[in-house]
Unconditional design. Structure first.
Length: 417
């Protein structure tokens, strides 16, 4: 994301004493519990030349530097708590810290994990206890209830069956199905940040067959353990999820979530290699699975997520490392930031705004303003609701240059006596 930092204002002719505009917050991620990086305030100063105030020169050429920041990511784990999942849950517990959360932390990703699954003992009742440092407990012994660790870990304790994780996710989003300990009366959505990328990680050895209050009473998600059924079930879930909260999950044209599947697919070659979105649907299952999870696979293919064989319990280190790499890639630099505040008593001329991109190696380049997203060209941006948005080609260039510098250049509207 882009947070605006304050810089000197080179072009303002001042009165005998400099003035400073009121600071405004950057577009930093999220909630007050936060963890996400926040952009600095934007303080605009004026030069003090000792000369009288000249309205024709006021705010003639100002700039504000934009500090590039990575986008936050919220990761939602959904884990099947049915009787056949003991080994898989133990493998999750053994890898979620070192081979997932630890990697994200080392890479500086602003992440949050939300666990949607029953809390407890994996061996006796196929439940999960996530240990420190991700959570707030050692799990030795397993406490009666999970110990959240804000702002990086929250557990919504909810029993997930063999076939119903997608429906349980929808129904518990806003608290329609309560968590066991009342940690989030408004549902696990209480812990989502509006500006974060959402990443789902599904673990189950079965397929999709369930009903949800988010669909018509006569509609059941059912992947039929085949490709056509999987595509249909995935499309129904996707539509329900997007309708549930476009703010969080985006739209059909611009989804804001990625779905990873650790399901009953047969092994790839080599066995630890994931199936990527471009790979065909896998309708055969690995040796301990009940079904290939075609509905989950279709969601992964739709959203660009990876698919892994659940049966490779001894290789979950590689699975979690690969998912961590995907999350890191998703935490790209956001390509939008607010129009700076004008100096006190002034108004920015929005038509004058330009974006100057300085690559890590090379001369500064000026990005031109266009009327809107439909008018985008290479090296351009547009302004929408007081937000500067880089066009896709310009965004890709900036995201590929970790040492890039962005400045917003602007002038103020002429004073009218």
């Amino acid at each position: 994301m882009l947070g605006l930092g304050s810089v000197a204002a080179p072009g303002c002719s001042g009165s005998d004493q400099g003035s400073t505009g009121q600071p405004s917050g950057g577009t930093g991620a999220g909630s007050g519990e936060g963890g996400s990086g926040q952009g600095g305030d934007l303080g605009i100063g004026t030069n003090s030349s000792g000369s009288g105030f000249n309205p024709d020169e006021a705010c003639a050429a100002q700039s504000a530097e934009a500090t590039l920041q990575k986008r936050p990511v919220d990761v939602i784990f959904m884990i099947d708590n049915s009787g056949s999942m003991t080994q898989e849950i133990v493998s999750v517990q053994n890898n979620i810290n070192d081979n997932f959360a630890g990697i994200l932390q080392t890479e500086g990703v602003d992440f949050r994990v939300i666990m949607v699954a029953r809390h407890g003992n994996a061996a006796s009742n196929q439940s999960i206890c996530v240990s420190m440092p991700l959570s707030g407990t050692s799990c030795s012994p397993i406490p009666n209830q999970p110990v959240n660790n804000p702002p990086i870990f929250y557990h919504y304790s909810l029993a997930i069956g063999s076939h119903n994780s997608l429906c349980r996710a929808l129904d518990s989003f806003a608290g329609g199905v309560a968590d066991q300990f009342g940690f989030a009366p408004g549902g696990w959505s209480e812990w989502l940040r509006p500006d974060s990328l959402k990443v789902f990680v599904e673990l189950t050895d079965d397929g999709v067959t369930c009903s949800t209050t988010r669909l018509s009473p006569n509609v059941t998600l059912n992947d039929g353990d085949n490709e056509a059924g999987g595509i249909t079930a995935a499309a129904q879930f996707d539509a329900a999820l997007l309708a549930l909260s476009p703010e969080h999950f985006g739209t059909a044209d611009n989804r804001n979530y990625v779905f990873y599947s650790i399901v009953g697919v047969s092994d790839n070659n080599p066995p630890t290699a994931p199936y990527v979105a471009a790979d065909p649907m896998v309708t055969t299952r690995c040796n301990t699975a009940v079904a290939p999870g075609t509905g989950y696979q279709a969601l992964s293919r739709t959203t660009g997520g990876l698919r892994f064989p659940l049966c490779q319990v001894g290789s979950y280190n590689a699975v979690f490392q690969a998912i961590a790499e995907g999350v890191i890639a998703g935490a790209t630099l956001a390509c939008e930031f607010p129009v700076p505040d004008a100096p006190q008593g002034e108004t920015i001329d929005l038509k004058s705004v330009q974006v100057q991109y300085t690559p890590s190696a090379g001369d500064p380049q000026i990005y031109d303003q266009v009327d809107g997203a439909s008018a985008c060209t290479a090296g351009a941006f547009y302004i929408e609701a007081d937000t500067i948005r880089l066009c896709p080609d310009a965004c890709a260039v900036v995201q590929a240059d970790a040492a890039a510098k962005i400045d917003v250049l602007f002038a103020c509207a002429a004073n009218i006596e």
